[in-house]
Ligand binder design. Structure first.
Ligand code: UDX
Length: 455
């Protein structure tokens, strides 16, 4: 019988790493959160995350108080006593779209020097297929007997805790497959501790959870490819919906009605068919370009994913062009409000956010842009042009604007009082970049409405 797991190291305190560390440290394990960025480490030591994610801070705080979560920047302190090491470091993209694996290889080689024989090295970072093979080769060259398991992460920002507590599936890939048993045991432990974790985080069970999660055991290379393929397919669904939206808008149809009916076919499904300003964030754009580049390395052309990227990039400009058509004139010199800057609701993350692209493009075209987001102002500041005014409320952004772009579907924008908007700014065009408003409610308030693919 192998020794029961007592100590775990999670390398990297980003969205995936910190969520993993916070959950496992509340399940009876001693967990080192190994983070080399001093500012990020400092925030974790204070019992918080450096980004906004509902339910995460109480879990970090509780585990810190219990002494089961140990934030550190020292491999020497964390690794030797750990039976499992999770690698959750960043994989930013290079100029050419390929994945930059510097952090992945650094973390693996630093950990390998200190891991005891038999330790499980679990790769959670999204890496191109074939990366694990290279890491395993490095372990062998260092004379280490370590098991390598690819365990891709499927959590979404904004719902990270719910996704991690009530997961649909866990994929573990290793050669031999038996090496993955240790990772499965950790997820079983999370399942056992759901009630406690839900109570500490304050995150309740969502309605549409799977009764019995699937544990899928594959080869190492298949697991790596599963993660990027899943994200690529979701991105494809979004770009498909956006292509149809362009046609619907032109042909006098409503893309929401179309996708509701198309998605009602169980073979297709309704999820990720919401047309709008396109996808952004830390995963889809980089995973799609990473897939294209890594396929090229194997001599395979991903034509379909090139098209997905093209459609996605076109959306902010397409929407602005349509807004100008609806206004009947250029937006130059106009007061324009942009509500929502995060790449999606529920997060402060603005990486590759199309809301930011919309704000910057409008400003570049000579509009006087006022922007507001309930959580992402600090992060957005760096990415927004200096001529964009940052507002502290939607009212401030909206006042006297001739056009309002709803660029992120935060609940406070979905439920915004249209009567109040009509008072604050006259004859305003509401550009619903997320198709999240009811056109009738907008029109009844005396405002004009424009959606994406809604004639
Ligand atoms: C994604 C995957 O969903 C998750 O499984 C993986 O682990 C990481 O990447 P995330 O990037 O957090 O998660 O966000 P997600 O909810 O998938 O949204 C991505 C982007 O697509 C957002 O900009 C969102 O607004 C956009 N989107 C999503 C659409 O435009 N239309 C849709 O129908 C769905």
């Amino acid at each position: 019988m192998p020794e029961p797991i007592k100590t775990i190291t999670v390398v990297g305190s980003g969205y995936v790493g910190l969520t993993t560390a916070a959950l496992l440290s509340n399940c009876g394990y001693k967990v080192y959160a190994l983070e080399i960025n001093p500012e990020r480490l400092d925030v974790v030591k204070q019992g918080r995350s450096f980004f906004y994610e509902e339910g995460l801070d109480p879990l970090i705080k509780n585990a810190l108080e219990e002494g089961s979560l140990i934030p550190t920047d020292s491999y020497d302190e964390a690794i030797p006593s750990s039976q499992v090491v999770f690698s959750c470091v960043g994989t930013p993209d290079n100029e050419d779209g390929s994945s930059n694996l510097t952090y992945v290889f650094d973390a693996a080689s630093q950990a390998a020097q200190l891991m005891q024989p038999g330790t499980a090295f679990v790769q959670k970072s999204t890496v191109p297929v074939g990366t694990g093979e290279k890491v395993e080769q490095k372990f062998k060259e260092a004379g280490k007997t370590l098991s390598y398991i690819s365990n891709p992460e499927f959590l979404r920002e904004g719902t990270a805790i719910a996704d991690s507590l009530w997961f649909d599936r866990i994929v573990v890939g290793s050669d031999p497959k038996t090496a993955a048993a240790v990772v499965v045991s950790l997820y079983k432990k999370i399942e056992e501790n759901r009630d406690k974790l839900s109570q500490i985080s304050g995150i309740k069970k969502p309605d549409n959870t799977t009764a019995e999660p699937l544990y899928i055991s594959t080869s190492r290379n298949s697991a790596e490819l599963i993660k990027v393929s899943a994200n690529a397919f979701l991105a494809l669904k979004i770009s498909f919906a956006n292509s149809i939206a362009k046609l619907a808008g032109q042909a006098g149809a409503n893309v929401n009605e179309v996708m509701d009916a198309v998605g009602a076919d169980k073979r297709i499904g309704r999820a990720f068919l919401n047309a709008g300003r396109g996808y952004g964030g830390g995963c889809f754009p980089k995973d799609v370009s990473g897939l294209i580049r890594s396929a090229e390395d194997y001599g395979v052309e991903m034509e379909i994913m090139n098209a997905v990227t093209q459609v996605n990039s076109s959306m902010p400009h397409y929407i602005i062009h349509k807004a100008e058509e609806a206004l009947g004139e250029s937006i130059e010199g106009k007061n324009i409000a942009v509500l929502g800057l995060a790449f999606k609701a529920g997060t402060s993350d603005v990486r590759r956010s199309h809301a930011i692209i919309i704000a910057n493009t409008l400003a570049h075209k000579g509009a006087k842009v006022r922007a507001y987001d309930p959580e992402a102002m600090k992060e957005a500041k760096e990415d927004l042009g200096s001529n964009i005014s940052l507002c502290s409320s939607s009212e401030e952004a909206i006042k006297d604007s001739s056009c309002i772009f709803i660029a992120t579907d935060w609940p406070e924008f979905k439920n915004i009082n249209m009567g109040k908007i009509a008072q604050l700014s006259k004859n305003t065009l509401i550009v619903d970049c997320m198709n999240c408003l009811d056109p009738e409610t907008v029109r009844k308030a005396g405002l004009s409405y424009m959606g994406v693919g809604i004639a």
